[in-house]
Design a protein around this ligand. Structure first.
Ligand code: UDP
Length: 240
């Protein structure tokens, strides 16, 4: 059966693709369901939750670059996209009765606080959900990497990576190999040795070097976020 851990504080990475519900923009039905689940985990399990928001439902720098744009500027567009997702999530979390703060790595005082890690920790200790937007504020990074970095900086117990289209780490690609087996747990070293790519290399190496556990799990399934935030071993847990 599935083992479980009790988290005190976690960083939850949500992909933009999930928020878009398969389209460009924000699907309010999806975001409200995400908010309901986060609220449930916060109130029923008492876990401190910081969210790192992706933005792939709006823009991805690499894709704009392929179509002729300058990469850093395209990446800034990508980062700005994540902030729209943050505000949508904030709105629905507050409708669930959860206090929230959005902190962005690019200053935009009318809509968000600047990223101040010690203040973020204080919010979390007061039961607020902190939503991190605008990635790292730096081109050439991904929000997966930012999730690992924020988790380290705010001393989270783990980083929980919700993925679109994959629900775990497999021995090989399950979309092309019918014999691929799902792994419940694996170490960072073993997954490197076997060449199993799950998150970007920078996120992976930050977690490995700093011994930060990473849960890789899907975006679909009843109460999937409640279960992940509650410490259930869905997906694959990668540890040192
Ligand atoms: N981005 C960036 N620096 C960061 C985080 C994000 O330049 O620190 C840009 C990058 O262009 C990326 C886009 O923002 O493609 C959206 O983020 P991401 O692709 O990680 O979102 P997700 O795939 O998780 O929805």
């Amino acid at each position: 059966d599935t083992a479980s851990t009790r988290y005190r504080r976690v960083v939850l990475k949500l992909s933009g693709e999930m928020f878009g519900g398969g389209a460009v923009g924000v699907d309010p039905d999806v975001v409200s369901e995400v908010a309901r689940q986060i609220a449930k985990a916060v109130t029923e399990r008492g876990v401190q939750v910081a969210v790192v928001m992706g933005g792939g439902n709006f823009f991805r720098g690499a894709e704009l670059q392929k179509r002729g744009m300058d990469r850093p500027r395209a990446d800034y567009i990508g980062m700005l996209g994540t902030v729209m997702n943050c505000l949508a999530l904030q709105d629905f979390l507050e409708k669930e009765g959860i206090d929230t703060r959005v902190q962005t790595a690019i200053h935009m005082a009318q809509v968000a606080e600047p990223y101040i890690p010690r203040r973020a920790i204080r919010h979390l200790e007061k039961g607020r959900v902190v939503i991190f937007g605008a990635g790292a504020g730096m081109p050439f990074f991904s929000t997966d990497t930012v999730a690992a970095q924020r988790a380290l900086e705010i001393a989270a117990d783990a980083v929980l990576m919700s993925k679109n289209g994959v629900d775990a780490v497999y021995t090989s690609d399950p979309r092309t190999n019918p014999d691929a087996e799902k792994l419940d747990t694996i170490t960072f070293e073993e997954s490197l040795r076997r060449g199993l790519k799950v998150v970007d290399a920078a996120a992976f190496s930050l977690c490995m070097e700093n011994r930060l556990p990473m849960l890789v799990f899907g975006a679909e399934g009843d109460d999937i976020l409640v279960r992940a935030l509650g410490g259930e071993r869905i997906g694959t847990l990668i540890t040192s």
